[in-house]
Design a protein around this ligand. Structure first.
Ligand code: UDX
Length: 429
């Protein structure tokens, strides 16, 4: 099939590459001409394991190309995926301006080159958006609109796109269902066929539920810290119940990234517009906002004061294997530490330059031991392998005091306590 993918961010680029690897002819389209030029040269604009190699393979095989406009690159497209960003607007709702700009471009393309096409919305959009898009495109004739939300995670984006947990397809016409069935032929995953509105809500509800699991554990960790119980063991015991499941029970410094923070507030806004209050989700966001403060307050208690202390922060990206710092807990941690007068040195394998633009007063080290040099305490913020698998003898030798605050419960607590470190985790000690 001839496929065009509008938007070459995380979702768009990964979608384009994975459809190309599945044997379709794909054109990636973006208004950012400089980005398109780099993509044509097989340069991946984001740090995502395996994506650059797959991009090169897809281009070399002739299955994937890029264009700076729909008119240039998508005249023959049978299917047009909209994968543009839907960032948070000032009031927390989803900003749909990129989406509607893409719809305008599709309308112009269809006026120029009329053809039977299916427009598929992959961007995360509030319930009712695909119906609005369908109404806007109805006058063009020949266009069906479907909703097909994306569930990929940063750090394992390509793998998730190639073997998804499920494929959710919302549409109101047999032809649109048929096109998407053909497109996903050969991809092993359960399918959910439903309305466009249901498909849209499945995406928000999934992210909101996962965020809720995390905040539940983060709140439980606060209780564990008082009771002296171990939240990790509690999580393991809980997760063995198949009704609960083992994933997303990891207490830490809170969720970050481009999806959970943005999608939880957008869902709250959507509900509010319809006169419904999602009170659990409100609380989930409150807990997430205060989790780094809660943890750093424990560090302050341990050190007496943060003023004049040298603190090493290990990991800055919102999670390992990405250079993304959007809504990263590290930003909150740095804010508190600097506000309270600590001297901060930080290490991250890839995200330091992005954080340095926001926090020039922090010293950025090129390896974890340099960051730990003469530190009065270390805080693990992102569980990169490089920040977890440390030579503890060397850590002890370079630090001023052996105080380890494990914001991800990823360091070996027992071994470290035995080795003479002061170890404090999130709901475990
Ligand atoms: C998420 C969803 O998983 C994905 O399905 C959706 O399409 C986009 O949003 P992503 O934001 O890439 O993906 O990362 P994810 O691995 O889900 O982690 C989100 C945040 O939750 C991270 O900050 C992570 O550190 C945190 N997290 C995750 C926890 O604090 N505890 C956990 O147990 C799991």
């Amino acid at each position: 099939m001839e496929v065009a993918v509008v938007g070459t961010g995380y979702v768009g680029l990964t979608t384009a590459v994975s459809f190309a690897l599945h044997g379709h002819r794909v054109t990636g389209v973006d208004v950012d001409a400089a980005k398109i030029n780099r993509l044509k040269q097989k340069i991946c604009p984001i740090y995502e394991p395996g994506l650059e190699e797959a991009l090169a393979r897809a281009i070399d095989s002739g299955a994937l190309r890029f264009a700076a406009s729909l008119k240039e690159g998508a005249r023959d497209a049978d299917v047009l995926f909209i994968c543009v960003g839907t960032p948070e607007a000032a009031d927390g709702s989803a900003d749909l301006s990129y989406l509607f700009a893409a719809v305008d471009d599709i309308r112009a393309l269809q006026a120029d080159v009329p053809k039977q096409r299916t427009v598929v919305i992959k961007s995360t959009v509030p319930v009712g958006t695909a119906d609005r898009v369908a109404a806007l495109l109805a006058a063009c004739g020949g266009i069906h609109v479907a909703s097909n939300p994306e569930f990929l995670r940063e750090g394992s984006a390509l793998q998730d796109a190639l073997s998804p947990s499920r494929i959710v397809i919302g549409a109101d016409a047999d032809e649109a269902f048929a096109v998407l069935k053909r497109l996903y032929e050969g991809v092993k995953a359960p399918r959910v066929f439903t309305t466009r509105a249901d498909a849209e809500l499945i995406k928000y509800a999934s992210n909101a539920f996962l965020a809720t699991k995390i905040s539940f554990m983060n709140e439980l960790a606060r209780l564990c810290a008082v009771l002296g119980t171990d939240v990790q063991t509690v999580a393991r015991g809980m997760g063995l119940d198949s009704r609960i499941g083992p994933e997303f029970l990891q207490a830490g410094l809170g969720f970050g990234g481009s999806c959970f923070p943005k999608d939880t507030i957008a869902l709250l806004q959507l509900a509010k517009q319809h006169g419904v209050s999602l009170s659990i989700l409100e609380k989930v966001r409150d807990l997430n906002a205060t989790q780094p403060d809660w943890f750093i307050a424990r560090l302050r208690d341990r050190l007496g004061t943060l003023h004049g202390k040298r603190i090493a922060v290990l990991g800055l990206a919102f999670k390992p294997n990405t250079d993304d710092i959007r809504e990263a807990p590290s930003l909150k941690v740095l804010n508190v530490l600097l506000r309270e007068g600590a001297a901060v040195s930080a290490y991250d394998p890839v995200a330091s330059p992005a954080v340095a633009r926001l926090f020039p007063q922090v010293t950025y080290a090129s390896d974890p031991y340099a960051a730990l040099q003469a530190a009065d305490a270390a805080v693990l913020v992102t569980e990169w392998k490089q920040c977890v698998d440390l030579d503890w003898q060397q850590v002890k030798a370079v630090m001023n005091a052996p105080v380890l605050f494990d914001g991800r419960n990823a360091w070996p607590a027992d071994a470290l306590s035995k080795a003479g470190f002061v170890y404090v985790g999130v709901g475990r000690s």
